[in-house]
Design a protein. Structure first.
Length: 425
């Protein structure tokens, strides 16, 4: 029997517990897209105004991430997730009672603020609960949860909206978070304080953690130190580039309904199928990344190799979408794009612990990278909405998506590893 099997499974219970909260979290943030045409019609919104509604979440999420990583490192994930979860439940429900453009933007902006601690907290939990060689697989739990939420959100939202209207849909999905938060508050503890964690499993976890100092609280000077590091800005810019690949995908529900003439339920089903391909990519990418580490490939190189390959291939698939108007090849290419982009997702998060200059700054660096991603996602719908209003069409958005995928591949696959002599690997 291997040491891994003898060690116990408490860490996987903790990982699964947070994954459930993340899945419902993504139901709240991912249920908007499928009902955008109905909201646009009810409030007579232009594409530019619709882009503002779509980007409101990303703006607050991006800027809040800058502070939330420090908050997670300083306060710890348990209470921050509980408070944030209660907040995003209220904000998600508020979308269902909005009375116009201002109400929609305010509800989505506040939702972004309250949901911003989730992934910085997640990467902090993985860093404290898992040895280096298991982190990509552990992070894949979170990423599969996000993709499952994104997979279920359009289908569940379409069914509820078709039966009861889009307002009831938002209220119903928001309520799903409440029981999970009670479960979280009751069960989660840090490894040192968890009474259910065996000493053998604790020693197994600690034996595989290359960082020390996870128990220390960072000061503001240490956090500001991150902003003086090239690696930080490369990762922020890389996150923005990955967001650029969403330029077309953000408008996919509108494209399917307005150009391909899909019904609301057909859009929900199609987006769910795309989500399945994304999950398949996440699973493959997580095992590839950890397998490279187990084969003694330097950790940073293993993470960036898988990440850059996924970003490049995903971008290529979206470029080919611009060359066809026929539905069958379009669906195949978009599915392939989702699959390849999924391959790099877990490595994107798993490179944070090894790139962080100090162990107590893991969540802070992860939040800065994630902030870059969502800053890009905030800018993307504004730019793409303006392009659509000025007659450039969806084909231009497909080309943009491809170009940003190539840019992300270069930043993570070539530029970041050039600093490998300064980064723990």
């Amino acid at each position: 029997m291997t040491a891994k099997r003898r060690s116990g499974h408490r860490r996987w219970f903790v990982c699964s517990q947070l994954a459930l909260i993340i899945m419902v979290n993504y139901l709240d943030r991912g249920n908007l897209g499928v009902v955008l045409p109905q909201i646009q019609k009810e409030f007579a919104l232009s594409n530019s105004q619709l882009g503002l509604v779509m980007s409101a979440f990303q703006w607050t999420y991006a800027f809040a991430n800058v502070a939330m990583g420090f908050a997670v490192d300083f306060i710890g994930p348990r209470w921050l997730i509980l408070i944030a979860g209660m907040g995003w439940t209220i904000c998600a429900a508020s979308t269902g009672i909005a009375q116009g453009l201002l109400g929609l933007v305010a509800a989505r902006a506040l939702l972004g603020l309250m949901e911003s601690p989730m992934f910085p907290a997640g990467i902090r939990i993985v860093t404290t609960w898992f040895p280096d060689r298991e982190r990509a697989v552990a992070i894949s739990f979170y990423e599969i949860a996000t993709s499952t939420g994104n997979l279920l959100a359009p289908l569940l939202a379409a069914i509820l909206a078709q039966l009861f209207g889009w307002r009831v849909m938002f209220l119903t999905i928001a309520a799903l978070t409440i029981p999970l938060l009670g479960f979280w508050a009751f069960f989660y503890r840090e490894p040192e304080a968890d009474p259910k964690l065996s000493r053998r499993e604790y020693d197994y976890i600690q034996s595989g953690i290359s960082q020390s100092g996870m128990g220390r609280r960072p000061g503001i000077t240490q956090w500001l130190f991150l902003l003086t590091q090239w690696r930080t800005w490369i990762m922020i810019t890389g996150g923005m580039s990955l967001a650029g690949t969403q330029s077309f995908l953000l408008w996919l529900p509108n494209y399917l309904q307005l150009v391909q003439h899909f019904s609301l339920l057909e859009v929900g089903k199609t987006l769910s199928v795309f989500g399945l391909f994304h999950i398949a990519g996440i699973i493959l990418g997580s095992f590839l990344s950890d397998r490279l580490v187990r084969r003694n490939v330097p950790v940073l190189r293993a993470r960036t190799l898988v990440l850059s390959a996924g970003a490049f291939c995903g971008g290529i698939m979206l470029a080919f979408v611009a060359l066809t108007s026929s539905l069958p090849p379009l669906l195949v290419l978009v599915s392939s794009g989702y699959f390849f982009l999924g391959i790099g997702v877990t490595s994107w998060w798993a490179l944070v612990p090894v790139a962080a200059p100090r162990a107590e700054l893991v969540a802070s660096l992860g939040s800065l990278q994630n902030g870059g991603l969502f800053l890009g996602m905030a800018l993307s719908p504004l730019l793409s909405g303006w392009l659509l209003d000025h007659g450039y069409g969806y084909g231009v958005l497909m080309v943009f998506s491809s170009a940003f995928g190539a840019m992300a591949a270069v930043l993570y696959g070539y530029v970041l590893p050039r600093y490998a002599d300064k980064i723990q690997s």
